[in-house]
Design a protein around this ligand. Sequence first.
Ligand SMILES: Cc1cc2nc3c(=O)[nH]c(=O)nc-3n(C[C@H](O)[C@H](O)[C@H](O)COP(=O)(O)OP(=O)(O)OC[C@H]3O[C@@H](n4cnc5c(N)ncnc54)[C@H](O)[C@@H]3O)c2cc1C
Length: 391
Amino acid sequence: MPSVAVVGGSLGGLTTALLLRDAGCRVHVYERSPIPLEARGAGIAVLAQTLRYAVERLAVPPEQISTETGWVRFLHSDGSIAHTEPRSYRFSAWNTIYRVLRNALADECYQQGWELTSFTSADRHVRLDFTNGEVRDADLLVCADGIGSASRQRMFPEAAPSYAGYVGWRGTVPEADLSPATYEALHDALTYQVLPHSHILVYPIPGPDGNLEPGRRLLNMVWYRNVPEPDLPAFLTDRHGVRRTVSLPPNHPRQEQIDEMREVAAQLLAPPIAEVVTSVPEPFVQAVYDVAVTGMARGRACLVGDAAFGVRPHAAAGTAKAAEDGWVLAEELVRADGDVDVAVARWERRQLALGASLLARTRAIGDSSQCRGDFQPGDPRLVFGLYGPGR
Ligand SMILES: Cc1cc2nc3c(=O)[nH]c(=O)nc-3n(C[C@H](O)[C@H](O)[C@H](O)COP(=O)(O)OP(=O)(O)OC[C@H]3O[C@@H](n4cnc5c(N)ncnc54)[C@H](O)[C@@H]3O)c2cc1C
């Protein structure tokens, strides 16, 4: 089996590394961040594919690492119920899943503070150069370096991220800090509110220590708000004056942005949702981008997760797609008896089709909500899923 270098040690890179290791590859992960990643705290809706490695290979039951809600509810702005339907979803926190996966990979296979600067793919192997001056070789390079992937830019320069026209305000608040009425209204459901050219979701996720007991978890909010493209550079300038391109992490949005967001929340959102939004101590922002690639591999380098297709979050399938890229790559490598070129070609065909269809689906949902304004409570397109609504 080939030696594999994985660049990017988040959920996509880690899952792929573990699967390739299990398939018999010698694997090393190189992650740019020098500090432990556990501090990254966003809540995520999780599909079966996101949890699949933990469940199937580590025997960790889903109920140990994710919350479950039984209802989808849409609220009117006065807090009354506009629509409700029984539907089961699971939610977790990025760091809960990360912790489980990271613990499954030996420390000597996971290097932090290693930032890839360039690579050259020739003669059936890849040479990797890092900012710390180190050089490594591998038979296959897996680039899992996220939405801003420099590897994608190198391999497919025409596939630039295209801004979707809106950002997601995100954050969490302990259930215990909310009023009993708000807890009662929100704790057992995925709760939406649809506003003109905007929508918001609230759902329970595990507590910071992984606590899953209702009342001791966190409520997570994601509020999609339009920011016209010409205003984006100013919007993404943080409180220290640094111009960012993708996100304003916790403690980085300017106070006047937070004040404006809370003010509008208090005016427009249903009372329980408004209470969550205005109580989030450290709200942060991520701009939403589409990225379409025409290929996922060049020579001995390939792209997985957001480094390949960047899809809007409305199918809750970003981490599932990243994981699926890893599962299928491992499957094709085994099927091809370790022949990298054969395996990668087959893999690329399958994953290109998946990425393109998910991108089209999530674009349609986002455009309906944020642009056309014809987004309806209970719209069946909204059912989460990687291969289609509910699949
Ligand atoms: C508002 C919003 C809400 C979302 N909600 C959900 C949800 O509910 N469910 C869901 O499944 N998904 C959701 N997503 C999507 C999800 O966050 C991404 O799809 C997922 O994080 C992609 O994982 P990844 O491993 O491909 O990339 P990332 O998580 O972005 O990781 C990339 C890693 O690469 C590292 N890196 C970058 N460059 C280099 C380099 N040169 N050298 C070494 N390392 C490098 C970075 O430090 C980082 O650790 C949401 C996204 C947004 C914007």
